[in-house]
Design a protein. Structure first.
Lengths: 366, 305
């Protein structure tokens, strides 16, 4: 029965991905390119070459984090759409600490920058958290609005006080060398990937084994019942949002220090780290292991998209189209756990079990 | 005086797309389908109207084709959320991301940074100056010199009010939203009503988008809707989807935007920060409305509406 569940949740992921690839293929055909060749480049370059695969892992690092940040709130039925803004703001201030503080030992400087990112993300998540928990202000709209506020504020700051005049476009100064993650094995991979893995392991324990993980599930199912059962829902929502904000800030800071090194207006990319995280959380069904796999697969799509531009004339924005169609199809559960077929199997199972226990009782009685 | 004129004029200018989005979006809200996809539908309207104007060389053909395109997107949303019973919040986000990704994909493919249709659309000529009204001091600034869709949107406030409260369709929409079982019991095809409600929203968003890009600037730039769809959702929440009340919240945002732009002009170096004012205003308004509501309905437990 458990295997059947796994198979079903797997199919619930495979169907949307296949459908999205089909829609993407239609779009590629429509502009007169070869979809199969495009997809071949996409997959081969990102997963089946040594450098490509490590690059994929490198790009997966922030996505694992934003995926986890989204999942922890979505699972509690709290919609933190502010992961994008929290990551960007975390990255920005990590960058500021990266180029203003000088003369620190590399390890300490990296730590200080990461910590700045975490604290920034956490503090910024505090606003929607308190509004949601104590005044029941819709967190989705608030976090979305605050994303736009973040965009305007970092634009203002990077065009003004923190602008690097030597750069031809709007950008802050680059972080000091002591605040950069070093490239490992002569590839794009850095220690940030292992840091993300560490956070993943911690969150795995939180989700699967801790009291908080249980409470998150309970609140997600039915907040009134959770409150009646003695969980202090308002406080838990604040804690969940703060964890989400802290992880988002870490994601942004790490991405800046391992890949971009300086803050530009297109730092987060299009559709952005936070939105990628949403796709990943949904693909992974809000389960940490699922998120890890989904993040790596999605990063492969991103890495591959860079090669698409080199080998074909398909714009790499095709990946965004595929991503949005995946989300669209993921919103439908094609094989629900409560289909008629499923019900019948279940009743059969319980019938068998009652039969067995009743025969067991009969043998017990002398 | 000149400043007051610009503030009043911009108030209507920036309120128009929002008024259209809230008027369209409130139908779905009344029918108990939260349409997060307003943003994407508006973006699709903005993008496809300028694209088709560029391709056909005609303003009205372009807008007509754009309406069809946006309705198709609305149909996809209805298909998923009503027929396939999806999690419609996630479907809506899919719609938003799709509109954004698809428009940037096409722009890249056509090797354009933005779509400029100023050769086809003569923006100043579209503005209607109302003879007598234009000379009245404050009313003239408010109501004269706008584009056709702007006047249409003002008219639609009344139309939507009448449709929602005085026609069979309006009653059906509200009944479906209130109690779907009961609606079905008396023979209302609830799925059909929901489809209609969502499609009305898509139609209005198409107009809002066309107004935003083609009609008032003759220009489309990537992601130019900049969260207006979500502002519309916030306005619908605050106004409880009552047409006139919801419109007032939309106008409140238009006011914040207009003040931010006009005061930003004289603010010097910090004018960039004024761009945040409209978004912060929405957060504050939501906060005020929710705080009043929680105070009035103080119940034991969590999650009471």
């Amino acid at each position: 029965m458990k295997r059947k569940m796994h198979l079903m949740s797997l199919l619930n992921v495979v169907i949307p991905v296949a459908a999205a690839l089909a829609v993407g293929a239609l779009v590629i055909l429509a502009i007169g390119e070869d979809p199969l060749y495009t997809y071949k480049i996409l997959i081969q370059r990102s997963l089946f070459t040594y450098r490509g695969f490590l690059k994929t892992l490198h790009f997966a690092s922030p996505l694992i984090l934003t995926g986890l940040a989204i999942a922890i709130t979505f699972k509690a039925n709290v919609f933190n759409m502010g992961v994008e803004g929290q990551a960007v703001l975390g990255a920005f201030f990590a960058g500021v600490v990266g180029f203003t503080v000088k003369g620190l030992a590399p390890g300490w400087h990296v730590l200080l920058c990461l910590l700045t990112g975490v604290v920034t993300g956490l503090l910024f998540a505090l606003i929607p958290a308190l509004l949601k928990a104590y005044f029941k202000v819709d967190e989705m709209v608030v976090t979305l609005m605050l994303n736009y506020v973040v965009m305007e504020v970092v634009k203002f700051l990077s065009q003004g006080v923190f602008r690097d005049p030597a750069s031809g476009y709007v950008s802050t100064y680059a972080v000091a060398e002591s605040a950069m993650f070093k490239k490992l094995f002569d590839t794009d991979l850095t220690a940030f990937f292992f840091l993300a893995l560490g956070v993943f392991l911690v969150m795995l324990v939180v989700f699967m084994r801790s009291k908080l993980g249980y409470e998150i599930t309970a609140i997600g199912r039915n907040p009134e019942f959770a409150e009646a059962a003695g969980m202090r829902v308002s406080r838990k929502i604040v804690i969940i949002m703060l964890i989400s904000g802290a992880i988002s800030g870490l994601a942004g800071a790490g991405f800046l220090m391992s890949e971009k090194y300086r803050f530009t207006l297109d730092f987060s990319g299009n559709p952005g780290l936070g939105w990628d995280g949403m796709l990943i959380a949904l693909l992974g069904n809000h389960n940490p292991v699922g998120i890890l796999i989904a993040a790596i697969l999605y990063a492969a799509l991103k890495t591959g998209s860079e090669y698409i531009g080199l080998f074909t004339s398909v714009p790499k924005d095709i990946v965004g189209v595929i991503q949005s169609v995946i989300i669209l199809f993921l919103s439908v559960r094609f094989l629900a756990a409560h289909t008629a077929l499923w019900e019948r199997l279940q009743s059969l199972f319980t019938a068998l079990r009652t039969a067995r226990t009743s025969t067991g009782q009969r043998t017990d009685t002398p | 005086m000149n400043m007051l004129h610009s503030i009043l004029y911009d108030l209507v200018y920036h309120s128009t797309p929002l008024i259209l989005a809230v008027l369209g979006g409130l139908f779905a809200y009344q029918a108990n389908v939260l349409n997060i996809g307003l943003e994407g539908m508006m973006l699709m309207g903005a993008f496809s109207s300028s694209l088709f104007v560029l391709l056909t060389g005609s303003l009205w053909q372009g807008i007509l084709l754009s309406i069809l395109c946006t309705l198709a997107l609305g149909l996809v949303f209805s298909l998923f959320s009503v027929t396939l019973k999806s999690n419609f919040i996630i479907t809506g986000f899919g719609i938003n991301l799709f509109a954004s990704a698809f428009s940037s994909f096409i722009l890249k493919y056509m090797r354009l940074a933005n779509i400029n249709v100023s050769l086809v659309v003569d923006v100043p000529a579209l503005k209607i100056h109302i003879p007598v009204l234009a000379d009245i001091p404050i009313l003239g600034s408010l109501l004269s010199g706008h584009t056709p869709i702007t006047y249409l949107s003002l008219l639609l406030i009344l139309v939507v009010h009448v449709v929602l409260y005085k026609t069979k369709l309006g009653v059906y929409v509200r009944v479906v939203g209130e109690n779907e079982e009961a609606a079905r019991a008396v023979g209302i095809n609830s799925a059909k009503i929901k489809y209609l409600a969502i499609l009305i929203g898509a139609l209005f968003c198409a107009l809002a988008g066309a107004n935003l890009s083609t009609e008032r600037m003759a220009l489309f730039t990537s992601n130019m809707t900049a969260g207006r769809g979500f502002i519309a959702i916030a306005a619908i929440y605050c106004g409880k989807a009552v047409p006139v009340r919801t419109t007032l919240y939309a106008v409140l945002f238009g006011l914040a935007k207009s003040l931010a732009i006009n005061l930003g002009l004289v603010a010097g170096p910090i004018s960039g920060l004024f761009e945040t004012v409209p978004y912060l205003a929405i957060v504050l308004v939501l906060f005020a409305v929710s705080a009043v509501e929680t105070k009035n309905t103080r119940l034991r437990g969590f999650g009471h509406e």
